[in-house]
Design a protein around this ligand. Structure first.
Ligand SMILES: Cc1cc2nc3c(=O)[nH]c(=O)nc-3n(C[C@H](O)[C@H](O)[C@H](O)COP(=O)(O)OP(=O)(O)OC[C@H]3O[C@@H](n4cnc5c(N)ncnc54)[C@H](O)[C@@H]3O)c2cc1C
Length: 276
């Protein structure tokens, strides 16, 4: 993300933003979008970015919805062509947008969820009734393989719920834990959801793929959506990087561009591409 080349150029009391942005959830029905744009090309890549609130009905904004595998069109790509944004729409400091983005990601990765301290603790005995209904509909309620799958899903659901409560509680406490701690819940969701969706399909023996009325539809949609948390808000690999570097203090990933002006990084990348 820090390699953003969407640019914002100051023009009196306004900024002119030009570039494009993809995978924005809900852009086609939003009034405002949050946009990180490069405002300083001579600073290292993380430092020359500014965070803007962009009115999405402004002149120069084109929004293209993207059809997904589920049939929905939740995602969009936006094209910005010299979009005029008032200087009042800058969030945080100019060139300090990366800090704002990190805070936003903390919220997206768990800190923004309903206050877990007010939620009753999950009961280990609570099971998703859909799993039992599905096993019964498939004639597998007594099948030991289906029962194993149900128990696997249930224990992982419970552990995930408790982890979420604990991490969110830590993030909202005044103790200021390492920011990378949000990655634990996000990673748990990213690993668990695809496994859960596959196990549900196994319980239903493929039955959820063909449904009448509502039976099975939920399982099929969950299956198609099961990779969401392994990508949205930063992929599983990025969460593991965050945990290893920011929580465990392991050496940072090697980087060829750390500390270099972004313009020089781009120039070197172009030269490298021309020579290959
Ligand atoms: C359901 C959904 C909703 C989304 N909503 C929004 C939204 O509202 N707004 C928005 O801005 N974006 C949104 N996104 C986009 C999302 O944030 C990005 O897709 C995600 O952060 C991954 O970035 P990328 O697509 O650039 O993948 P890349 O960074 O190109 O990654 C591609 C692959 O390379 C791996 N990889 C990359 N770098 C490393 C590394 N350093 N070490 C190890 N592996 C690495 C990744 O793990 C991944 O497997 C959404 C995505 C999804 C799926």
């Amino acid at each position: 993300m820090a390699g953003i080349t969407t640019r914002a150029v100051r023009d009196g009391d306004e900024w002119l933003i030009t570039g494009s942005k993809i995978w924005t959830s809900g852009a086609s029905y939003a009034d405002y979008g949050m946009c990180l744009a490069r405002t300083n090309w001579d600073a290292p890549k993380h430092r020359g970015l500014t965070w803007f609130a962009v009115p999405l009905r402004a002149v120069g904004v084109t929004i293209q919805p993207i059809r997904e595998i589920t049939g929905d069109a939740e995602f969009c790509q936006e094209f910005l062509d010299e979009v005029r944004v008032s200087a009042d729409e800058v969030i945080g400091e100019v060139d300090q947008g990366w800090t704002v983005a990190q805070t936003m990601l903390l919220v997206e990765r768990g800190a923004g969820r309903d206050d877990p301290l007010n939620m009753p603790p999950a009961q280990a005995a609570e099971i998703d009734p859909f799993l039992l209904e599905l096993a019964q509909a498939a004639g597998r309620a007594g099948d030991p393989v289906a029962r194993q799958a149900i128990a696997r899903i249930h224990t992982a659901d419970w552990a995930r719920g408790e982890l979420g409560r604990r991490i969110t509680g830590l993030l909202r406490s005044s103790d200021k834990p390492a920011a990378g701690i949000a990655s634990y819940w996000k990673l748990a969701a990213g690993v668990h959801d695809p496994l859960r969706a596959r196990l549900v399909m196994e319980i239903g023996q493929g039955m959820p793929l063909v449904w009448r009325g509502d039976d099975g539809r939920r399982a099929a949609l969950d299956y198609l959506n099961s990779r969401v948390w392994s990508i949205a808000g930063g992929s599983n690999e990025m969460q593991r990087n965050a945990i290893s570097e920011r929580v465990l203090g392991l050496p940072r990933e090697p980087s060829f561009d750390r500390g270099k002006p972004f313009s020089e990084v781009l120039h070197n990348a172009r030269r490298w591409l021309e020579n290959t």
